[in-house]
Design a protein around this ligand. Structure first.
Ligand code: ADP
Length: 322
């Protein structure tokens, strides 16, 4: 291989830039040229390619977002779109890909290999941490810290006014952020998509006379199927109209900000190892870190397998909020 390309795709996450930097520097170290594809698969179809050098990735390790931008691209889901993307890669002599994104990005890369035999290695970049094959995804730790800081601030005002705050965090179909932030932020209850009983426990808790001795409390809710914070607010208010309840939706602030040290190190290690793997002939695999060791999982397994929540951590909430 003489030339590879790197791109970011799907939702952005803090640490993607640290990963791009590691990919470019590792390729340079191995005398391989690197092209950056702008806007994910969209840029592959539109031919938005930029040459990346050691200098182009200087001073980005600390920056959130992605210098290569990202997008969701429906056209890549069509054969014609992928054919155009392939022709652009061929024209630019690109022989392999490093794809930083989530399982949608991996799905596209796998289909692309089956059709055009362009090998790729995926790197898990999403704040949601809902990807199988890695303990943590790039951006998760930073998002947790951002949400935890916000909860700390909300606590001050909740305490002063004796209020109940429902804090909604990101995680459309996975409660990883809600669970970790709930523990780190000292929440009384955590509501996540994976648990069908949590809402019942929340109401039992509120009916319990002992809990009324608490002057304030924080309830962390994952956005998603259950209707998020608004749904919980309406239900609580209906049964306990006397309580002073407020909601805060943290939203996209969780996606931004300078990556934490942990995310920078994770991004760097996965970036370096992914380029090495691609050069050794690896393909259709994604990188991950399990028990502090870099490992690779097939796209197939990463896409098909649901990552399990750490149930032990979840069970702690009942003890800690008692
Ligand atoms: P993520 O990678 O974070 O899961 P998405 O699910 O939005 O984010 O996927 C990112 C992009 O991957 C999509 O916009 C699309 O271009 C591509 N992609 C996803 N699924 C497919 C598919 N079945 N076939 C081809 N491309 C896909």
């Amino acid at each position: 291989m003489k030339k590879i390309a790197v791109f970011t795709s799907g939702g952005d996450s803090p640490g993607m830039n640290a990963c791009i930097r590691a990919v470019v520097r590792t390729a340079n170290f191995n005398n391989i040229k690197v092209v950056g594809i702008m806007n994910g698969y969209k840029g592959m179809i539109d031919g938005e390619f930029v040459n990346l050098t050691t200098e182009s990735v200087a001073n980005i390790i600390q920056r959130g977002g992605t210098i290569l931008k990202t997008s969701r691209c429906e056209e890549f889901k069509t054969v014609d779109g992928r054919k155009t993307a392939y022709e652009n890669l061929k024209k630019n002599q690109i022989e392999g890909l490093i794809c930083i994104g989530g399982d949608g990005t991996y799905t596209g890369a796998e289909i692309f290999y089956n059709e055009f035999e362009i090998p790729s290695i995926g790197i898990p970049g999403t704040i949601d941490n809902d990807l199988y094959g890695t303990d943590h995804t790039i951006g998760y730790d930073t998002a947790l810290n951002t949400a935890m800081d916000a909860i700390d601030k909300i606590r001050d005002t909740a305490d002063s006014h004796n209020r109940i705050f429902i804090v909604e965090v990101m995680g459309r179909s996975a409660g990883f952020i809600a669970l970790a932030v709930g523990i780190a932020g000292g929440a009384e209850s955590i509501i996540i998509p994976e648990d069908t009983e949590d809402e019942i426990r929340l109401f039992e808790n509120f009916r319990n006379t002992n809990r009324r001795k608490k002057s304030f409390s924080i309830i962390v809710v994952a956005e998603g199927e259950k209707g998020g914070s608004t749904y919980i607010y309406n239900k609580l208010k209906k049964e306990f109209p006397q309580l002073d309840i407020r909601t805060t939706v943290l939203g996209h602030i969780q996606r931004g900000g300078n990556p934490s040290a942990r995310d920078r190190i994770l991004a760097t290690r996965l970036g370096v190892s992914s380029v090495e793997r691609l050069l050794e002939g690896g393909k259709n695999e994604c990188a991950g870190m399990i028990n502090n060791k870099v490992c690779f999982t097939s796209y197939h397994d990463a896409i098909k397998t649901k990552k399990q929540l750490p149930t032990y951590i979840y069970s702690l909430i009942n003890i800690l909020s008692s």
